[in-house]
Design a protein around this ligand. Structure first.
Ligand code: GLU
Length: 462
């Protein structure tokens, strides 16, 4: 993969190897050897756009950032995927995210290609005016490369409805057209109901199927203790849905530290989650709330830590929902030692390869009540982009569906996504008698096969 003349792209290489190794270890290439060629072709983006973003800060200084859009694959539809604004953003990270997005979008069953973009701009510590000026400059260039039938970005880390609004306004001014070129829009001007909730709700709907399948329909979220990382939109809505289904949320976190229930009983309440959501709108850290009397009497705050090794008491379900590589091999072992049976990623590539190897070994090696089941982000968090796809459908037909209608469709998409990964694993992945099927391998093969077949029809490989 890494030819000598290519720059090192560690995150992209990790995502590529994770997919390729599951294809290699299945019977896919024995049954369809020609798909090896498709893997080579699909691993190179169709196009990468890089550009300069110059904007003015509140002191009148010139600020410069890098802007990117990776238009990875358009076999199934317009490029689709979020924009990430974070100081860590570089081409390796956006290629990994774009690569994941191709197969995730395929798993939704909707007609969307895969793309990702963003900037190394850091929204933390910026004023609202600075954010607006940055978004306007960013879209001044990006608008030349996107369009409702070409490439439809959305949010990701650091890009919320506010940023989508500023970028949408600039696109509309320059191109002089009101079209659904971005998703995650404001709900009074074309955004879909349930889009903010969709990724978090979708993860929980997906895990609900995992729990029911693994327990033969005997168990549900009721009574489950759920460790969540992150405190952005994915973590917040996953937490609220867990509580609605009768589970307990026992941790949340941000880049500065983890907030964990001190005792072995209880849960974050919806009110506490809403308080966290409110400070996140202001781009503040959880530590500000953690030191208040109400929070410090109920939670422990551990600066610089992730939740996984610091939970008090049992964990049943873990939902990494912050960013990539947020569960190490050691943390995976600690989660299993705490009793964790289900791990599903709200984040993209939340687990390192070492962590996936630990989870998968415990799936294959254990049976019944001791089996561990891991679901990768490209399946478990597909609900966000799925509702983006539903937003595109509503925009093109100039209609607005009710919350109930969107939520019902989201539930069906997550169910199909789970069943598709499961059935594909049973078909292609040799598994020890009595073990749960590999959702990571099944989802990879299902997503890859769909895209590879469309590419073949288009003459992209032969
Ligand atoms: N950034 C989200 C993801 O990782 C959503 C992308 C979208 O809605 O286009 O899937």
């Amino acid at each position: 993969m890494t030819a000598q003349n290519l720059p090192s792209e560690p995150e992209f290489e990790q995502a590529y190897k994770e997919l390729a190794s599951t294809l290699e270890n299945s019977t896919l290439f024995q049954k369809k050897p020609e798909f090896r060629k498709a893997l080579q072709v699909v691993s190179v983006p169709e196009r990468v756009v890089q550009f300069r973003v110059v904007w003015e800060d509140d002191k009148g200084n010139v600020q410069i950032n890098r802007g990117f859009r990776v238009q990875f694959n358009s076999a199934l539809g317009p490029y689709k995927g979020g924009l990430r604004f974070h100081p860590s953003v570089n081409l390796s990270i956006l290629k990994f995210l774009g690569f994941e997005q191709i197969f995730k979008n395929a798993l939704t069953g909707l007609n969307m290609g895969g793309g990702k973009g963003g900037s190394d701009f850091d929204p933390k510590g910026k004023s609202d005016n600075e954010i607006r000026r940055f978004c306007v400059s960013f879209m001044t260039e990006l608008c030349k490369h996107i369009g409702q039938d070409t490439d439809v970005p959305a949010g990701d880390i650091g890009v919320t409805g506010r940023e989508v609004g500023f970028m949408f306004g600039q696109y509309k001014k320059i191109r002089n057209e009101w079209v659904g070129v971005l998703t995650g829009k404001g709900q009074s001007w074309g955004g879909s109901l349930i889009r903010p909730e969709a990724t978090g709700y979708g993860v929980v709907y997906y895990v609900d199927h995992m729990i029911k399948y693994a327990s033969g329909g005997k168990e549900s979220f009721a009574g489950k203790r759920v460790a969540i990382s992150g405190s952005g939109n994915v973590a917040q809505y996953a937490a609220l849905k867990v509580i609605e289904l009768g589970g307990s949320v026992i941790s949340l976190s941000d880049s500065q530290g983890a907030l964990i229930l001190s005792g072995e009983e209880g849960s974050f309440t919806p009110e506490e989650i809403n308080q966290i959501a409110a400070i996140k709108v202001e781009r503040k850290q959880i530590s500000e709330l953690a030191s208040t009397a109400a929070f410090s009497s109920k939670f422990k705050y551990i600066a610089g830590a992730r939740p996984w090794t610091n939970i008090t008491g049992r964990v049943d379900v873990a939902l990494p929902s912050a960013t990539q590589n947020e569960v190490s091999g050691e943390e995976a072992k600690a989660l299993i030692a705490s009793g964790c049976k289900f791990i599903a990623e709200g984040s993209n590539m939340g687990s390192t390869q070492e962590a996936i190897d630990v989870f998968e070994a415990h799936r294959e090696g254990n049976q019944g009540a001791t089996a561990i089941w891991y679901a990768p982000g490209k399946a478990a968090n597909a609900g966000g982009v799925a509702v983006s796809g539903l937003e595109m459908a509503q925009n093109s037909s100039r209609v607005t569906w009710t919350s109930e209608e969107v939520d019902t469709r989201l539930k069906h998409i997550m169910e199909d996504c789970f069943n598709n990964g499961l059935a594909t694993a049973k078909e292609y992945v040799p598994t020890a008698e009595g073990s749960l099927p590999s959702l990571v391998a099944g989802s990879n093969i299902a997503g890859f096969t769909k895209v590879a077949e469309a590419m073949k029809d288009h003459g992209d490989w032969w």
